[in-house]
Design a protein around this ligand. Structure first.
Ligand SMILES: [Zn+2]
Length: 161
């Protein structure tokens, strides 16, 4: 069987899954189904129906590490068990069309500054706050009042009367 070519990130994902599959223990049940024990949990892999009981293979169409463990024991290539839309042929089909250059068109954006209007000014409910909210970098000290009292009439310092 010819090995399918897959796109780069799927190839890298499969490489990481092959390393992760080392934690799994394989035991064959029958021709279709295989039992994989991984971290104390049992997973049933069906290589004919392309299913694993963890459902990861079903969701992303890339074999999970349990499936890769089975494929390693049955000497099959995980790339052949990826969906066709991960193949290089589909990728090339997708980007087969050449992007043509655009004939000279005035690409300068129109002056739309006059069209944009600010939001209507709305007053919020309640009394406005008196104190300004400080930025995080500003020190959190309050207003310090001088402890020396100045007398209003004569202008002398240090007394209140
Ligand atoms: Zn699985």
């Amino acid at each position: 069987m010819k090995t399918k070519k897959v796109i780069t990130w799927v190839r890298d994902k499969l490489a990481s899954l092959i390393l992760a599959a080392r934690d799994c223990h394989y035991s064959p049940c029958n021709r279709e189904e295989h039992l994989v024990i991984c971290q104390g949990k049992k997973f049933v892999v069906n290589l004919i129906k392309w299913e694993c009981s963890c459902n990861q293979w079903l969701i992303c169409s890339i074999p999970c590490k349990h499936t890769i463990c089975c494929l390693g024991h049955t000497r099959q290539n995980p790339k052949n068990f990826c969906h066709t839309f991960y193949g290089v042929e589909k990728y090339m089909e997708t980007y087969a069309e050449v992007m043509h250059t655009i004939a000279k068109v005035d690409l300068e954006p129109k002056d739309i500054s006059e069209d944009i209007q600010p939001h209507p000014l709305r007053r919020h409910l309640g009394r406005p706050t008196c104190t300004r909210r400080k930025e995080p970098w500003e020190p959190k000290t309050g207003i310090k009042r001088s402890s020396i009292v100045k007398y209003k009439t004569c202008g002398g310092l240090g007394r209140n009367k």
